[in-house]
Design a protein around this ligand. Sequence first.
Ligand SMILES: [Zn+2]
Length: 342
Amino acid sequence: MKFNFLQKQTSRREMLRGSVTLAGSALMAPFFPATLLPASVAGYGQQTPSAADLLASMRAKFNAAPLKTQRIGEDVTMLSGPGGSVVVLNGPDGKFVVDTFVAPAWPRLKEALDGLGNAPVKCVINTHWHFDHTDNNVPLHAAGAMVLARENTKKRMSEAHDLPVLYRGPDGALASLHFDPSPPEALPQQTFCATHKLQANGESLALQHVAPAHTDTDIYVHFEKANVIQMGDLFFNWMYPYIDPSTGGTIAGMIAAADKILSLAGNDTKIVAGHGPLGNKTDLTKFRDMLVTSRDRVEKLKSAGKSAQEAVAEKPFADLDPVWGNGIINSEQWVQIVYLTL
Ligand SMILES: [Zn+2]
């Protein structure tokens, strides 16, 4: 099937109407289990959910996760749960925070950061533009932090986007979720194009871009002394990843990014995924191999002339699903994501 990304030339009102219509009688994808939906979203038929309602339900779903704190280096802490993984470098030079969880998790994020010590948050780094990594730029900046990201992250946050296959439309097909441009106070204050180096708290941070992979805004952050690499959504540990075709994501780019990190990582390197538990080189190798298998199988179906729906019906990942299909993205979504980003 062909996805309609709600043409840019349509007015915003038309775009929103389109999103609402698509969401109308929605059977929600796993992002939106009925129990977590607000009544206005779950009550099909009486009231159609707005794009804002759908996004709010997605934030609520992420926010339902408990927040876990795990020390992964002398001055480096991983926070995981409500919207993925956050890594904090803490010390006398201030806190350096990579990614920020979803907006409703702010009180818990603040509490966890305060619990690490009295140093103020000096710098926030976004691994890419998605809301579950940038949502709390606003309160962190308001508290005095400078937000740092790739130039492309700022550009993408400043635009409207429609991300495909995130929920079911009225025709039963997986449809797009609409995002408005972020307000100016949410945007990074400092940006770089390809590479940026930071020295703080006795640690050396290398911020490095990759070619379009999960999006066209991705970086990874290498804490060189602590031997930690934070990959953002270039890595989902033991679950199918989301890849964002609306902002340049490609399955080939995801494979190339995994290969690049595998070439940097040693057996003792701690690898932080955007979603999922703390990983290592073995986990990333399994993820990379799953990506290659997925690409090869869907490529074969696509080049044989199958549509995305026909490819889904073939169940090409039946053997992979028990291991990889129980996270954020299910098997049907993953077939469509691979098909769209080949
Ligand atoms: Zn993402």
